[in-house]
Design a protein around this ligand. Structure first.
Ligand code: HEC
Ligand SMILES: [Cu+2]
Length: 363
């Protein structure tokens, strides 16, 4: 077998190819650094700019590498192809072990990855670091909408999420049922909303506008509907007007966080009026305010505490406020189906007290 022992040199073709690839690579770097990303997708918060810069950097380095690697593969395939008249059994020059090259191609990528980590951690730190002051908002995922809690606004805001321009925001993200996510493309932030867990992100809004909030975790049959709400950045007077409108709208709403205790629920001080509102929101899909026999999914509840002909509840306990509270807290599965627990209904102890007061007030 003939071995081709000629030295491997870089001919003129190699340097021409290198020159062409350098121009193309420089062009791709120029492309990424001039691409007007923010025209298509505004940079709504301060860190969005840094994330875009990181993206540009990674895309520029990545495409320059791609151009050289792919370009040389093509060039070498052409330059070192088998030519007519070559010995069909010839094998190429056997090259192995080049310590200098191997050290280089280990250290350079390692340095690059370290550099990327430093930039990423710096941005990540800014996003997750707790600010000393600023606005604290809570975003809660539900099937299939978002609600928001603000300091000094009772209950939950069920519409849009507003923040004032330039004020640092701490956003605590969680869910009341299954895993959702809070993704605002204009913020370049996507955070999973996990039940029982609070994830904190931090940002400073820098560009007024209305930005879509999208759920990206498949969360049930109407998951696709979870892209209707918006995140609004506006100047202080507009924000204040919005904030005061919700303070007024929610003046009577319950502040109970949507988790119930496991012990006995204190029923004293239950507010029947607030209970009625909660009933409309959380129970009326399954229960009518009518006689026991007026069934939707579960029985009619008008007489649940005042019906001599039904002295006991579905679980066999006596029809007393405390036992109704127990059903609301723990749920109950019987002949008619499943009465969801407080956790599944996303109601808290205060809601339970209000609901019992409401049911007790019906005659
Ligand atoms: C998904 C449907 C559903 C929802 C939502 C629901 N319930 Fe029920 N509920 C039921 C079913 C079904 C039963 C009966 C269970 C059985 O015995 O089979 C029931 C039973 C009850 C009972 C016992 C009635 C009796 O006569 O013993 C009370 C009280 C009650 N629900 C109150 C509520 C309240 C208050 C809410 C709102 C927080 C609520 N339910 C939400 C389905 C529901
Ligand atoms: Cu969702």
């Amino acid at each position: 077998m003939a071995e081709n022992r000629q030295a491997v040199g870089f001919g003129r073709g190699f340097w021409i190819a290198t020159a062409v690839l350098t121009v193309v690579a420089a062009g791709s770097v120029y492309f990424w650094y001039t691409l007007p990303i923010s025209n298509a997708l505004p940079e709504a918060i301060l860190t969005a700019r840094q994330i875009d810069d990181l993206f540009r950097f990674m895309a520029a380095v990545g495409s320059a590498l791609y151009v050289f690697i792919f370009g040389y593969i093509v060039y070498f395939a052409i330059a070192f192809r088998a030519k007519k008249g070559d010995d069909p059994n010839a094998i190429g020059v056997q090259v192995h072990d080049n310590v200098r090259l191997e050290v280089l191609w280990t250290i350079l990528p390692a340095l690059f990855v370290v550099l990327l980590s430093i930039i990423s951690v710096k941005i990540w730190y800014e996003i997750t670091l707790q600010p000393a002051n600023g606005l604290v908002v809570e975003a809660i995922g539900h099937k299939w909408y978002y609600t928001f809690r603000y300091p000094q606004v009772h209950g939950e805001i069920t519409d849009e999420m507003h923040v004032p321009l330039g004020v640092p925001v701490t956003l605590n993200v969680t869910s009341s049922d299954v895993i959702h996510s809070f993704w605002v493309p204009a913020m370049r932030l996507k955070t999973d909303m996990v039940p029982g867990m609070v994830t904190t992100i931090r940002f400073t809004p820098v560009r007024p506008g209305r930005y879509q909030i999208i759920c990206t975790q498949f969360c049930g049959t109407q998951h696709a509907e979870m892209n209707k709400q918006v995140f609004v950045i506006e100047d202080r007077p507009a924000y204040d007007a919005w904030f005061h409108s919700w303070q007024a709208k929610n003046a009577n709403a319950s502040d109970a966080v949507a988790t119930a205790s496991t012990g006995t629920v204190a029923l004293a001080g239950g507010d029947a009026k607030a209970g009625q509102a909660t009933f409309q929101a959380k129970c009326s899909a399954c229960h009518a305010i009518g006689p026991y026999s007026q069934r939707l999914v579960g029985p009619g509840l008008k007489d649940v505490l005042h019906d001599p002909s039904h002295p006991s509840l579905v679980d066999g306990d006596a029809a007393t406020p405390a036992n109704v509270a127990k059903i609301l807290q723990q749920g109950y599965k019987g002949d008619m189906g499943q009465m969801p627990s407080a956790q599944m209904n996303a109601i808290g102890d205060k809601d339970i007290a209000n609901l019992v007061a409401y049911l007790n007030s019906l005659k």
